[in-house]
Design a binder for this molecule. Structure first.
Ligand SMILES: [Zn+2]
Length: 225
Protein backbone atom coordinates (compact mmCIF):
# COMPACT_ATOMS: atom_id res chain seq x y z
CA UNK A 1 0.00 0.00 0.00
CA UNK A 2 1.33 3.35 -0.94
CA UNK A 3 -0.28 6.58 0.16
CA UNK A 4 -1.42 8.92 -2.59
CA UNK A 5 -0.63 12.47 -1.64
CA UNK A 6 -3.29 15.09 -2.45
CA UNK A 7 -0.85 16.82 -4.84
CA UNK A 8 -1.07 13.80 -7.17
CA UNK A 9 -4.88 13.88 -7.37
CA UNK A 10 -5.98 15.67 -10.53
CA UNK A 11 -9.76 15.57 -10.12
CA UNK A 12 -12.38 14.59 -7.57
CA UNK A 13 -15.91 13.29 -7.56
CA UNK A 14 -18.53 13.24 -4.86
CA UNK A 15 -19.58 10.01 -3.14
CA UNK A 16 -22.19 10.74 -0.48
CA UNK A 17 -20.56 13.33 1.76
CA UNK A 18 -17.08 12.23 0.66
CA UNK A 19 -14.78 13.89 -1.82
CA UNK A 20 -13.12 10.97 -3.57
CA UNK A 21 -10.43 11.06 -6.23
CA UNK A 22 -11.58 10.57 -9.78
CA UNK A 23 -8.20 10.74 -11.46
CA UNK A 24 -4.67 10.85 -10.18
CA UNK A 25 -1.08 10.75 -11.40
CA UNK A 26 1.06 7.98 -10.03
CA UNK A 27 3.64 5.35 -10.81
CA UNK A 28 1.97 2.12 -11.90
CA UNK A 29 3.00 -0.72 -9.54
CA UNK A 30 2.94 -3.15 -12.48
CA UNK A 31 4.87 -1.37 -15.26
CA UNK A 32 6.52 1.41 -13.20
CA UNK A 33 5.38 4.04 -15.73
CA UNK A 34 4.12 7.36 -14.44
CA UNK A 35 0.52 7.45 -15.66
CA UNK A 36 -2.82 9.06 -14.99
CA UNK A 37 -5.25 6.60 -13.44
CA UNK A 38 -8.98 7.18 -13.87
CA UNK A 39 -10.71 5.45 -10.97
CA UNK A 40 -13.87 3.45 -11.59
CA UNK A 41 -16.84 4.86 -9.73
CA UNK A 42 -18.23 1.39 -9.01
CA UNK A 43 -16.99 1.26 -5.43
CA UNK A 44 -17.07 -1.69 -3.11
CA UNK A 45 -17.99 -0.05 0.11
CA UNK A 46 -17.29 -1.27 3.63
CA UNK A 47 -17.34 0.14 7.16
CA UNK A 48 -13.79 1.42 6.74
CA UNK A 49 -13.96 2.81 3.28
CA UNK A 50 -14.19 2.14 -0.39
CA UNK A 51 -12.33 -0.03 -2.79
CA UNK A 52 -12.13 0.44 -6.51
CA UNK A 53 -9.70 -0.10 -9.34
CA UNK A 54 -8.33 1.49 -12.41
CA UNK A 55 -6.75 0.13 -15.57
CA UNK A 56 -3.23 1.41 -16.18
CA UNK A 57 -3.29 3.32 -19.48
CA UNK A 58 0.19 1.99 -20.24
CA UNK A 59 0.19 -1.73 -19.36
CA UNK A 60 -3.61 -2.21 -19.02
CA UNK A 61 -3.26 -4.02 -15.68
CA UNK A 62 -6.09 -3.49 -13.25
CA UNK A 63 -4.69 -1.74 -10.17
CA UNK A 64 -6.62 -1.69 -6.86
CA UNK A 65 -7.17 1.56 -4.96
CA UNK A 66 -8.29 1.81 -1.36
CA UNK A 67 -10.00 4.86 0.05
CA UNK A 68 -10.03 4.85 3.86
CA UNK A 69 -12.71 6.97 5.46
CA UNK A 70 -12.48 8.55 8.86
CA UNK A 71 -15.46 9.67 10.86
CA UNK A 72 -16.62 13.19 10.01
CA UNK A 73 -13.72 13.69 7.64
CA UNK A 74 -14.72 14.54 4.09
CA UNK A 75 -11.16 14.05 2.78
CA UNK A 76 -10.38 10.34 3.02
CA UNK A 77 -6.88 8.83 2.79
CA UNK A 78 -6.21 7.26 -0.58
CA UNK A 79 -3.86 4.33 -1.19
CA UNK A 80 -2.69 2.45 -4.24
CA UNK A 81 -2.05 -1.24 -3.79
CA UNK A 82 1.60 -1.72 -4.60
CA UNK A 83 2.84 -5.12 -3.42
CA UNK A 84 6.48 -4.02 -3.86
CA UNK A 85 5.93 -1.14 -1.48
CA UNK A 86 4.81 -3.48 1.26
CA UNK A 87 6.66 -3.03 4.54
CA UNK A 88 7.22 -6.70 5.20
CA UNK A 89 10.79 -7.70 4.51
CA UNK A 90 9.84 -10.80 2.56
CA UNK A 91 8.17 -8.90 -0.26
CA UNK A 92 10.80 -6.17 -0.19
CA UNK A 93 14.09 -8.02 -0.20
CA UNK A 94 13.76 -9.35 -3.72
CA UNK A 95 13.52 -5.84 -5.11
CA UNK A 96 16.54 -4.40 -3.33
CA UNK A 97 19.54 -4.34 -5.63
CA UNK A 98 22.51 -6.30 -4.36
CA UNK A 99 20.64 -8.47 -1.86
CA UNK A 100 22.65 -11.72 -1.63
CA UNK A 101 20.72 -14.65 -3.15
CA UNK A 102 21.70 -16.94 -0.30
CA UNK A 103 20.30 -14.51 2.28
CA UNK A 104 17.01 -14.18 0.39
CA UNK A 105 16.68 -17.98 0.24
CA UNK A 106 17.56 -18.41 3.92
CA UNK A 107 15.11 -15.72 5.05
CA UNK A 108 12.29 -17.13 2.88
CA UNK A 109 12.86 -20.60 4.34
CA UNK A 110 12.92 -19.18 7.86
CA UNK A 111 9.57 -17.41 7.30
CA UNK A 112 8.07 -20.54 5.79
CA UNK A 113 9.04 -22.89 8.65
CA UNK A 114 8.01 -20.27 11.20
CA UNK A 115 4.55 -20.04 9.58
CA UNK A 116 4.16 -23.80 9.82
CA UNK A 117 5.04 -23.57 13.53
CA UNK A 118 8.14 -25.70 13.24
CA UNK A 119 10.11 -24.07 16.03
CA UNK A 120 13.13 -26.32 15.79
CA UNK A 121 13.55 -25.60 12.09
CA UNK A 122 12.88 -21.91 12.80
CA UNK A 123 15.81 -21.87 15.22
CA UNK A 124 18.10 -23.52 12.67
CA UNK A 125 17.11 -21.14 9.88
CA UNK A 126 17.08 -18.05 12.09
CA UNK A 127 20.73 -18.80 12.86
CA UNK A 128 21.44 -19.25 9.17
CA UNK A 129 19.85 -15.88 8.37
CA UNK A 130 21.89 -14.16 11.09
CA UNK A 131 25.06 -15.79 9.78
CA UNK A 132 24.22 -14.73 6.24
CA UNK A 133 23.51 -11.14 7.25
CA UNK A 134 26.83 -10.93 9.11
CA UNK A 135 28.81 -12.74 6.41
CA UNK A 136 27.54 -10.23 3.90
CA UNK A 137 29.44 -7.47 5.71
CA UNK A 138 32.27 -9.35 7.40
CA UNK A 139 33.21 -11.72 4.55
CA UNK A 140 36.27 -13.76 5.63
CA UNK A 141 36.40 -12.10 9.04
CA UNK A 142 33.22 -14.04 9.92
CA UNK A 143 34.98 -17.39 9.53
CA UNK A 144 35.10 -19.43 12.72
CA UNK A 145 33.75 -16.60 14.87
CA UNK A 146 30.66 -17.04 17.07
CA UNK A 147 27.66 -14.77 16.40
CA UNK A 148 28.31 -12.45 19.36
CA UNK A 149 31.91 -11.83 18.24
CA UNK A 150 30.74 -11.23 14.67
CA UNK A 151 28.21 -8.65 15.87
CA UNK A 152 30.98 -6.90 17.82
CA UNK A 153 33.13 -6.76 14.68
CA UNK A 154 30.29 -5.42 12.54
CA UNK A 155 30.78 -1.64 13.08
CA UNK A 156 34.27 -1.87 11.53
CA UNK A 157 32.82 -3.32 8.33
CA UNK A 158 29.58 -1.49 7.81
CA UNK A 159 28.96 2.18 7.26
CA UNK A 160 25.46 2.76 8.58
CA UNK A 161 25.49 6.51 8.13
CA UNK A 162 26.45 6.38 4.45
CA UNK A 163 22.85 6.41 3.22
CA UNK A 164 22.25 9.56 5.25
CA UNK A 165 25.48 11.43 4.47
CA UNK A 166 25.09 10.61 0.77
CA UNK A 167 22.11 12.99 0.77
CA UNK A 168 24.38 15.93 1.50
CA UNK A 169 25.21 16.78 -2.15
CA UNK A 170 21.47 16.86 -2.95
CA UNK A 171 20.97 19.61 -0.38
CA UNK A 172 23.93 21.73 -1.54
CA UNK A 173 23.04 25.39 -1.99
CA UNK A 174 23.62 25.32 -5.76
CA UNK A 175 21.25 22.36 -6.22
CA UNK A 176 17.67 22.64 -7.40
CA UNK A 177 16.34 20.74 -4.37
CA UNK A 178 17.90 23.31 -2.04
CA UNK A 179 16.17 26.08 -3.98
CA UNK A 180 12.87 24.18 -3.74
CA UNK A 181 13.20 23.79 0.02
CA UNK A 182 14.00 27.51 0.30
CA UNK A 183 10.88 28.23 -1.81
CA UNK A 184 13.00 29.82 -4.53
CA UNK A 185 11.91 27.15 -7.01
CA UNK A 186 8.67 25.24 -7.33
CA UNK A 187 8.24 21.53 -6.69
CA UNK A 188 6.05 19.59 -9.09
CA UNK A 189 3.77 16.79 -7.87
CA UNK A 190 6.31 14.12 -8.62
CA UNK A 191 9.10 15.87 -6.72
CA UNK A 192 6.74 16.54 -3.79
CA UNK A 193 5.99 12.83 -3.65
CA UNK A 194 9.68 11.88 -3.88
CA UNK A 195 10.55 14.31 -1.09
CA UNK A 196 7.77 12.84 1.08
CA UNK A 197 9.11 9.35 0.37
CA UNK A 198 12.57 10.50 1.39
CA UNK A 199 11.25 11.93 4.67
CA UNK A 200 9.47 8.68 5.40
CA UNK A 201 12.59 6.63 4.63
CA UNK A 202 14.77 8.83 6.83
CA UNK A 203 12.36 8.65 9.77
CA UNK A 204 12.11 4.89 9.39
CA UNK A 205 15.87 4.51 9.22
CA UNK A 206 16.86 6.87 12.01
CA UNK A 207 14.00 6.48 14.49
CA UNK A 208 11.47 3.76 13.72
CA UNK A 209 13.77 0.84 12.96
CA UNK A 210 16.30 1.43 15.78
CA UNK A 211 13.34 1.84 18.16
CA UNK A 212 11.75 -1.39 16.95
CA UNK A 213 14.99 -3.34 17.26
CA UNK A 214 15.43 -2.02 20.81
CA UNK A 215 11.86 -2.98 21.78
CA UNK A 216 12.21 -6.50 20.35
CA UNK A 217 15.56 -6.89 22.09
CA UNK A 218 13.97 -5.88 25.42
CA UNK A 219 11.10 -8.34 24.87
CA UNK A 220 13.59 -11.13 24.22
CA UNK A 221 15.63 -10.16 27.30
CA UNK A 222 12.50 -10.19 29.48
CA UNK A 223 11.49 -13.57 28.10
CA UNK A 224 14.94 -14.97 28.92
CA UNK A 225 14.84 -13.98 32.61
ZN1 LIG B 1 1.07 -0.04 -15.81
Amino acid sequence: MRRIFPGSITSYSQFGHLKVPKSLNNVCPACKEKVEFVLKSTYQSSKHGLMTDSACPSCKNSIPFIILTKENDTHPDVYIYDPHQSTDALSQIEHIPGMPEELIRAYKSAVSVYLSKENLATAVLAKRVLENVLKNFLADKANGQPLDKQLELLPEHINLVKSVTSLSPLMASDKELHRMLELEAEMDDEMAELVMNLLEDLIQYLFVLPGKIEMTKEQIEKKLI
